[in-house]
Design a protein around this ligand. Structure first.
Ligand code: NAD
Ligand code: MG
Length: 390
């Protein structure tokens, strides 16, 4: 492929699990991609190494205190160094054919939205942006002619089998869930589980926050909200089905009874490769699916009592307004406190529930409102933390 046909790509959150898998694929297909900008929050060494290895134009570190170190590491390499929120936004706006949005949490909202406003193609891993500002984001996508390609494996699966021209014929989206490391456990047995146990996901290797979200099943709840914003279906048409093998990544049921699914080994490089190559396809170094070896696939209903977070997220979707943003912010505070050993596992759901009950805010009309809601919910959740402290 000639240089003129190389896809220009930027990665927001290049040092994370999704960011690194994206770079792994680019590394195997160097002739197809030109890396434009790479960003990270605090891992300067990894960011500089990737920027040099991939001859990026620009490397941005979120934490401004680390700019000197980044500049020093990039001296003489030809890679520009920058830091801070404005620089993150500039990185997202650098002309590119595709922007991988892989920052974790609401922190990814501003840069992702900046890329959307450039009308480019966004490979969206950062689900929290759609949870806290889904309506605003999708409006901007429409207005700016941007394309959102879902990287989250469930949504990527649905995207591959969803007939957008016949969306009225869709009866149901069925989001599959592995159930996480605590599948089958009763609620009262979960009080003492540790962060190390919670991040040890049976099927997927992911960042710490999403791993805890998978253990509480908040991840599936966030994904129900994400699905609502990505696909033209009613809120009550999105179901969750526990499927511990994570082979069927999700399904779409049509009115004639046909159920279409996408299957594959649980490796994020498949949905990432789909997004990078779209509308074509490319090779991904993933284990090919051997159904004969797997033997059987199993399914069960989720346990909404043990995994209260899943129920709370669904309630937040139906409540609408500020509820999803409050849910997301409280969850981010709670997960950080759990990972820091300050609160127990079941306190995550309890803290989110109490924050939702106490933060009564109007539906966001603007991005500024979203950040007000996010900030207020974080303050509320933080102020409630001492009551939960271990
Ligand atoms: P991670 O924690 O491994 O990486 C997060 C990245 O975001 C890092 O590069 C970090 O430097 C950057 N970052 C963190 N806080 C930031 C801030 N305040 N400002 C700027 N940058 C910041 O996370 P991950 O597992 O790669 O997940 C990234 C996103 O993708 C999340 O929204 C997650 O829900 C979603 N996702 C991940 C997976 C997976 O397999 N890891 C699957 C589906 C969806
Ligand atoms: Mg997922």
């Amino acid at each position: 492929m000639s240089i003129a046909h190389q896809k220009r790509i930027s990665i927001l959150g290049a040092t994370g699990s999704i960011g690194q898998s994206t770079l792994d694929l680019i590394g195997r297909n160097r002739n197809k991609f030109k890396v434009v900008a790479l960003t990270a929050h605090s891992k300067v060494e990894e960011l500089a190494a990737a920027a040099i290895a991939f001859s990026a134009e620009l490397a941005v570190i979120g934490d401004e205190a680390r700019l000197d170190e980044l500049t020093r590491r990039l001296e003489g390499t030809g890679v520009e160094a920058a830091a801070g929120e404005t620089a993150l936004i500039e990185a997202a706006q650098r002309p590119a054919d595709i922007v991988m949005a892989a920052i974790v949490g609401a922190a990814g909202l501003k840069p992702t939205l900046a890329a959307v406003r450039c009308g480019t193609t966004i490979a969206l891993a950062n689900k929290e942006c759609l949870v806290c500002a889904g309506d605003l984001m999708t409006k901007e996508v429409q207005a700016c002619g941007a394309t959102l390609l879902p990287v989250d494996s469930e949504h990527n699966a649905i995207y591959q089998v969803f007939d957008f021209e016949q969306s009225k014929a869709v009866d149901r989206l069925i989001l599959t869930a592995s159930g996480g490391p605590f599948l089958g456990r009763a609620k009262n047995s979960l009080a003492g589980v540790t962060p190390a146990q919670a991040v040890a996901h049976p099927n997927w290797d992911m960042g710490a926050k999403i791993s805890v979200d998978s253990a509480t099943m908040m991840n599936k709840g966030l994904e129900v909200i994400e699905a609502y914003h990505l696909f033209p279906v009613d809120k009550d048409k999105i179901d969750v089905l526990v499927h511990p093998q994570s082979v069927i990544h999700s399904m779409v049921e049509y009115q004639d009874g046909s159920v279409l699914a996408q299957l594959g080994s649980p490796d994020m490089r498949t949905p990432i490769a789909y997004s990078l190559a779209w509308p074509e396809r490319m090779e991904a170094p993933v284990q090919k699916l051997s159904l004969a070896e797997i033997g059987s696939l199993t399914f069960e209903e989720p346990d909404y009592e043990a995994f209260r977070c899943l129920a709370l997220a669904k309630e937040a979707l139906f409540a609408g307004g500020a509820a999803p943003a409050i849910l997301n912010a409280a969850n981010e505070v709670a997960v950080e406190a759990f990972l820091g050993g300050q609160v127990g596992f079941l306190d995550i759901g309890a803290l989110v529930e109490e924050t939702l009950a106490k933060c009564d805010m109007k539906a966001p009309q603007s991005l500024t409102n979203v950040f007000e809601i996010d900030g207020e919910a974080r303050r509320m959740a933080t102020s409630l933390l001492p009551a939960f402290r271990k």
